[in-house]
Design a protein. Structure first.
Length: 312
């Protein structure tokens, strides 16, 4: 049955019936607004929007994976501040002829990604639209920790990475050329593997700056460098090219380091740590903070785009 056949409130009932709620949810969907506990008395908030044809394609990804990806993009921003995710709000604009079952699968994906980090979907909105659009707002709790912004990196700090980069970008390139393999890369594009615990852990260990790598490592490190008033140099040798990526790059005529250093959508975490820090499990050193401005690779400017820009 289509969304139009079910109706707005019928669709809301179908979606909310599929959700579960954690202990931070004091009042969930069904009222004018939700009520979420904020034990720290500070709330971390972030929002992202995904537009069909720009951020996802239904012929490339199923509704469940699109839902997980939509949630991950926001949850990664929360943990990049050193916070624990608590809740998501979802606004959905859909064509009237879209299958109601598709929306239910989308809700399942969003809910699964949220519950995996202890967060709950607590409300949102729905509207008809010719363009399928998913807007997600994530909330988080700092648990007494100071937020880790982009502005604290200092010369001498280590630059480290948790998670992987380049896999989703390689998967996007593979799909855009009409292929469906290597599966490792295609699945990375469809559903990112976010290192959620690494963000709060980095905050506890004294990270001076941190960012979610959504648009490309060099581009996002550029935001850290600008906010902190420093330069960052990345070690190319810190990145191994996995066999599937090497083979795909050779077949498609692409430099794999363009994916690794400038590809987005994996939602790894990049952070700066004081130089004496023993990096925890899951983090690896990839460079250093220096005096100056901008981001370099092995001391030289990177040849090519540093990342994604929606308006370029």
């Amino acid at each position: 049955m289509s969304v139009a056949g079910v109706g707005e409130f019928g669709l809301i009932d179908r979606v909310t019936a599929r959700l579960s709620y954690g202990p931070t949810v004091l009042l969930g969907p069904g009222d004018d607004a939700a009520v979420v506990a904020a034990p720290d008395a500070r709330v971390v908030a972030s929002t992202d929007v995904l537009v069909e044809g720009r951020h996802f394609r239904r012929d490339w990804s199923g509704a469940y994976d699109i839902g997980r990806r939509a949630a991950a993009a926001n949850l990664a921003d929360v943990v990049a501040m050193g916070a624990d995710p608590t809740a998501l709000l979802v606004a959905l604009c859909v064509p009237a002829g879209l299958s109601a079952g598709w929306v239910e699968e989308l809700a399942d994906g969003i809910g699964a990604e949220a519950s995996g980090v202890g967060a709950s979907v607590v409300g949102g909105d729905m509207s008809a639209s010719p363009t399928l659009t998913i807007a997600v707002t994530a909330l988080g709790d700092l648990a007494g920790r100071a937020p880790v912004s982009r502005a604290g990196a200092r010369p001498g700090d280590l630059v480290a990475l948790a998670g992987r980069t380049g896999y989703a970008a390689a998967g996007f390139t593979v799909l855009s050329r009409g292929f469906r393999t290597p599966r490792l890369l295609v699945e990375a594009y469809r559903r990112p593997e976010v290192p959620y615990p690494a963000g709060p852990l980095a905050a506890r260990l004294g990270a001076t700056a941190m960012i979610d790598v959504s648009d490309g490592l060099l581009a996002d490190l550029g935001h850290v460098a600008k906010a902190s008033g420093v330069a960052i140099d990345v070690d190319r040798d810190a990145f191994d090219v996995p066999p599937q990526m090497r083979d795909a790059a050779q077949a498609l005529g692409v430099d794999p380091y363009a994916w690794l250093l400038a590809g987005g959508d994996d939602h790894a975490l990049a952070a700066a740590f004081p130089p004496a820090t023993v990096l925890p499990d899951g983090w690896r050193a990839i460079g250093r903070v220096t005096e100056g401005s901008g981001v370099t690779v092995d001391g030289a400017r990177f040849d090519g785009p540093a990342g994604w820009d929606h308006f370029r």
